[in-house]
Design a protein around this ligand. Structure first.
Ligand SMILES: [Cu+2]
Length: 172
């Protein structure tokens, strides 16, 4: 123990902090019905400013489609196994980047705009949300892509059925 515990603790803090801020997650998004053309993926990165999420989908009907993080990491039963929106505080439904955690659910990502080619991209930052740790952690939960637009009505945006779904897997 030539350098003593202080160095060990310091090194632990550096490594620990680095791990937390660099934590990443991945999602493989699949259609929820047999023969569905829907597919896609998402990348999630914890940053000091919040969770950075990028989503890419293919094979989706052109137009706006609601996209949210739902409570459970399961996609069976046409996506219904994912349960309702992840909503630990019982907050109203909204759009997290503009409404914040007191007036939106942690995974209220609004809409993903899909072009005539069936491809849609979304890049969004969810302030206050993390992959793991704390009340607003979303690792192990599911990202759900909906049939319809999120009109931000209560309780979940009138977004209709669940056409795509995938579980957020940490560390891939
Ligand atoms: Cu939803």
């Amino acid at each position: 123990m030539r350098y003593g515990w202080g160095v060990l603790v310091g090194l632990g803090l550096v490594l620990g902090t680095g791990r937390v801020f660099a934590e990443t997650g991945a999602v493989e998004l699949r259609g929820t019905t047999e023969g569905s053309a829907v597919s896609g993926s998402a990348m999630l990165i914890d940053s000091p400013q919040g969770l950075e999420v990028t989503v890419e989908v293919m094979g989706v009907a052109p137009g706006k489609h609601a996209i949210h993080i739902h409570q459970y990491g399961a996609c069976d039963d046409q996506g219904n196994a994912a349960g309702g929106h992840f909503n630990p505080d019982g907050a109203p439904h909204g759009f997290l980047p503009s409404d914040g955690l007191s007036k939106a659910h942690p995974g209220d990502m609004g809409n993903l705009d899909v072009g005539q080619d069936g491809i849609g991209l979304l890049a969004i930052r969810l302030a206050g949300v993390r992959l793991s740790g704390g009340a607003y952690s979303v690792g192990g939960r599911a990202i759900v892509l909906h049939e319809k637009v999120d009109d931000f009505g209560q309780p979940t945006g009138n977004a209709g059925g669940r056409i795509g779904c995938g579980v957020i897997v940490i560390g891939e």
